[in-house]
Design a protein around this ligand. Structure first.
Ligand code: NAG
Ligand code: NAG
Ligand code: NAG
Ligand code: NAG
Ligand code: NAG
Ligand code: NAG
Ligand code: NAG
Ligand code: NAG
Ligand code: NAG
Length: 858
């Protein structure tokens, strides 16, 4: 029996289990790049969660009902996997065209698309750094970790930490060089990837998992992870290309739970995620079983607001973004002019650079015949034995190298001509000239220096050592670190950890040690800290522990002294010492659920619940600190990426400005946040911190309690971006631009003569509904497009390569409520009506009508 209760969209809660949907049965090429709505979705594969717990009568009944409904509907399917722990469900193959029907089966509590997640971090650059001796982790000095290691015994001993990633090179000395043998630190794990037949999680082709495991728990001479003696479970779910479909993740998560992991770092993500997506749901299931789950916020920060990945949006996990720190290691060269030596960073270099060991060689600037320093023409000066500095551009790297070689140069430094990454230097001919790149700033500084030095010769020394550079971006959120809030308005990321140029372990065959950048490097830092907290047992309950990690961090300010938005940094940089010494645990509770904010966005009350866990009375004072307000919605003259910034802030009023907390007691303070000062049409997300500081001289640490809200009703948020390349519009699959909105457009539905609708979302939409109407009566629904539900869409993201979404209509549809009876619409004139639902409202928020589509098929 089918029940289509949920298709009626009667209640908002029903929509919470919605999933995005793949293309209808024609998945042929789309002219405008990728199908953005369903990017990273595996067609014809779904994970179904049934009502009821596994191994209960209710669960059994729901399972049977589900399969009976499929049979009754004549829907063929294949069961790939039965899930009987963690949740009651199944991984099945079923044709996408039946999605609406499957979705409508009431015994299915959730229907999740199978998504291909990936880590999305920058590959290791340079490919390797010197291995011997391994260097200490510079970040530990800025996060309280050194202080913890130097003066406490907490090191993760006896705590089981699960890592779901690309595996590990367990032969690496930093992990004991063993796998599951007695006394070995890696005691659990397995391979869930289908690309090898090995049962163990050896990582020799990707490196990501080995790198992050080092951040978390490496231990080799001077190099130490945050929890250097934790017991590890390594679950390999990412293949060599770094891809992980949902079904591998679920299998590994189930095993991690069975193995008794206490802390799990889940390594995957699809940008712009919603809580209702599969991976986020799995995180919450693990948390409900008492496991702490730490996730990386994602690396799409360049796309602005609402870019945090699923599963990092999972309410109960800890989502970690990346912060820049004051120092980092990099390969370098030393330039000496007039007795003064300056270390300069090497950015990229040839992957297999011949042993580079130049001592005090001449450094000269290339001179082309036309006076430039591009090295694109035979060089005019004699440069025998010199390291040559040339600018990027005009000709390829190979031409530059040949010109340098021909003039007698022994090495080449190419400086960038703009601020982007140059990428590794590679030659398209067999050229043996050691080469590396410099930033544009360093290149220009060197050019100036060489010019000014007049007669005095400059020399350079280059070898394979690293130098610890100062970071001009210190204490700012990394530009790639994904922005919250989650589409439903919750604070994400929760906090930040070191993520840029993070030095850690690599597989032995990839160089043993190297630097990588990404929020993936930040997440395991916090995972390690959670292991220390679990070991210290200071945290007596889940919420206390999470509170102690999140509320003891330090938020960062810009050069003007304004706090970066909570949507960008959560509570700021993690501090291990503070987290391990927190006496109070705060829980922030809104008195009205977030989704009611659509009615209460002008003002909301917040309760700051505290719990005193020390054997003494402590007194804390509250201060309010506003952060910058940000908008993800552009104006005619301004884009929303990066987000628009405003210093207008919400007003915060305290009912109590201090608390005196007696030993073992708990209580709350009340605060009201009001957004009355904002212009609602600015669509600002405001945020800030309530700081709780101990009475001077009494010891104790400071707490940072974040708040965030929207200064607008989400129903008014303009989802469709209208100032972008004429979108939304109708196109022809065969090519050409937007079709005229006023004309009638004929489509034969043969070859590539199909209608395609393109649109760009500047904010997340809960759902897209596509309806068919006769052109003569556009407001009267005739039928629905067979893929009725396009749920939970992300904002469109340029850095994903999906600046806008497309929908290709195959001329088919079904009557409302009859999803199995799909038919070809007869020759006639139609319009498609696209309705986008806002985050909380079931009302039809925004609508786009296509121009008239005349179906004129064969
Ligand atoms: C799933 O469970 C069903 C019913 O118990 C069984 O018939 C089927 O073989 C199982 N499938 C797999 C892939 O384990
Ligand atoms: C901890 O010890 C390391 C090495 O012994 C030292 O370099 C560092 O300064 C110490 N840091 C702190 C915060 O005590
Ligand atoms: C590391 O952990 C193991 C087992 O969990 C334990 O036997 C060992 O004593 C620990 N080492 C240190 C230095 O604490
Ligand atoms: C492995 O799984 C991926 C993702 O589901 C799939 O694309 C690929 O074809 C599979 N490979 C093999 C060898 O089965
Ligand atoms: C977390 O909460 C769950 C469920 O309440 C509980 O079973 C588990 O023991 C808790 N874990 C910790 C570390 O407190
Ligand atoms: C920089 O060099 C690249 C590569 O040759 C070239 O495509 C680009 O136009 C150059 N940009 C500038 C600003 O010179
Ligand atoms: C460069 O100079 C720094 C000190 O200024 C030194 O520590 C480093 O070893 C030198 N590097 C090379 C390659 O000589
Ligand atoms: C932790 O999880 C993040 C994503 O959630 C991932 O990118 C990172 O690689 C993981 N780290 C470890 C140690 O598994
Ligand atoms: C707490 O914050 C106050 C005010 O910002 C500052 O003066 C004080 O030094 C901080 N205390 C600690 C222990 O960090």
């Amino acid at each position: 029996m089918f029940s289509f209760a949920r298709l009626g969209l009667g209640s908002f809660l029903a929509l919470a289990v919605l999933t995005a949907h793949t293309w209808a049965d024609d998945s042929s090429t789309i002219p405008l790049g990728t199908d953005g709505v369903n990017i990273n979705i595996v067609p014809n594969q779904y994970i179904i969660e049934f009502e009821g717990e596994p191994d209960t009568d209710a669960g059994e009944q729901a399972t049977q009902d589900f399969f009976k409904s499929l049979s009754d509907g004549g829907i063929s399917y294949t069961v790939y996997e039965n899930y009987t722990s963690l949740f009651n469900g199944v991984f099945i193959g079923v044709d996408d065209k039946y999605f609406d029907a499957v979705y409508g089966i009431t015994s299915a509590a959730s229907v999740w698309a199978t998504r291909l997640s990936n880590a999305g971090d920058q590959p290791p650059v340079p490919p390797n750094l010197p291995t011997s001796p391994p260097l200490p982790n510079l970040a530990h000095e800025y996060t309280g970790v050194n202080r913890v290691h130097n003066s406490t015994q907490w090191d993760g001993t006896g705590i089981k930490v699960g890592i779901l990633d690309s595996g590990i090179d367990y032969n690496h000395p930093a992990f004991g060089g063993c796998y599951k043998t007695p006394g070995c630190r890696i005691q659990y794990g397995g391979n869930y990837v289908n690309d090898t037949d090995r049962a163990d999680p050896l990582d020799t082709c990707n490196g990501h998992g080995t790198h992050v495991a080092g951040v978390l728990a490496g231990n080799h001479k001077e190099f130490r992870g945050v929890a250097p003696n934790a017991t590890l479970g390594i679950y390999r779910i990412m293949d060599c290309k770094g891809v992980a479909p949902t079904n591998w993740v679920i299998k590994a998560a189930i095993q991690a739970e069975k193995d008794g992991m206490q802390v799990v770092n889940l390594s995957l993500g699809t940008p712009g995620g919603w809580r209702g997506w599969g991976e986020s749901s799995i995180v919450n299931k693990l948390v409900r079983r008492g496991i702490y789950v730490i996730t990386a916020a994602g690396n799409n920060g360049m796309d602005g607001l609402w870019t945090v990945v699923s599963p990092a949006v999972a309410t109960q996990g800890i989502a970690v973004g990346a912060m820049e720190l004051p120092r980092y290691y990099a390969l370098h060269l030393n330039v000496t002019v007039a007795g003064k030596t300056i270390p300069i960073q090497r950015t990229e270099q040839q992957t297999d650079i011949p042993s580079l060991n130049l001592r005090n060689v001449r450094l000269v600037r290339a001179t082309d015949a036309d006076g430039t320093d591009l090295a694109c023409t035979p060089l005019t000066q004699e440069i025998k034995g010199a390291l040559v500095l040339a600018q990027r551009g005009t000709c390829d790297y190979t031409t530059k190298a040949i010109n340098v070689l021909n003039a007698g140069g022994v090495a080449l430094a190419i400086y960038n001509n703009r601020t982007d990454d140059m990428g590794p230097i590679s030659y398209n001919q067999a050229v043996t000239l050691p080469s590396f790149s410099l930033t544009i700033a360093d290149g220009q500084a060197l050019v100036k220096l060489l010019g000014e030095s007049g007669g005095s010769a400059a020399t350079a020394t280059v070898n394979h050592e690293v130098y610890a550079f100062d970071n001009a971006l210190a204490y700012t959120p990394a530009s790639y670190s994904a922005w919250g809030p989650d589409p439903e308005g919750a604070i994400k990321p929760d906090l930040l950890a070191p993520g840029s140029n993070v030095y850690s372990t690599l597989p032995l065959n990839m160089g043993s040690y190297g630097s990588m950048s990404g929020t993936s490097m930040a997440a395991p830092y916090v995972t390690g800290l959670v292991a220390l907290l679990v070991q210290s047992q200071r945290a007596t309950a889940n919420l206390t522990l999470i509170s102690n990690v999140v509320h003891t961090a330090t938020p960062a300010k810009n050069a003007a002294g304004q706090y970066f938005s909570v949507a960008q940094q959560g509570t700021g940089l993690v501090n291990a010492w503070n987290a391990l010494h927190a006496d109070l645990a705060f829980t922030l509770r809104r008195s009205v659920p977030v989704y009611y904010d659509d009615r209460h966005y002008t003002k909301f009350p917040l309760k700051l619940w505290w719990e005193n866990r020390v054997n003494a009375k402590v007194t804390y004072h509250f201060f309010s600190q506003p952060a910058l307000s940000v908008s993800g919605v552009g104006t005619d003259s301004q884009s929303a990426t990066p987000p628009r910034i405003s210093t207008t802030a919400a007003s915060v009023s305290f009912k109590q400005t201090s608390v005196s907390a007696l030993a073992g007691n708990e209580g709350f303070a009340e605060v009201t946040i009001s957004s009355s000062k904002f212009d609602r049409r600015d669509f600002m997300v405001y945020s800030g911190y309530i700081q709780a500081t101990p009475t001077v001289g009494t010891g104790g640490i400071n707490y940072t309690l974040p708040y965030l809200g929207s200064a607008y009703a989400t129903v008014n948020l303009p989802l469709l971006q209208s100032n972008y390349a004429g979108l939304p519009c109708l196109l022809r699959e065969s090519g050409g631009g937007c079709l005229d909105a006023k004309s009638v457009h004929r489509f034969t539905l043969t070859g590539k003569d199909f209608p395609v609708v393109a649109y760009r979302l500047q904010a997340p939409a809960r759902q897209l509904m596509i309806k068919i109407a006769y052109a003569a009566t556009p407001n009267s629904i005739h039928a629905s497009v067979e893929s009725y539900l396009y749920g939970m869409q992300s904002r469109s993201m340029d850095t994903n390569g999906v600046p806008f979404y497309t929908f290709r209509w195959n001329g088919r549809g079904h009557y409302v409520g009859k999803p199995l009876d799909v038919f070809d619409l007869p020759k006639n004139k139609y319009v498609l009506r696209f309705t986008f639902l806002s985050v909380f409202m079931n009302t039809e928020s925004q609508t786009y009508f296509t121009p008239t589509i005349q179906l004129d098929g064969p």
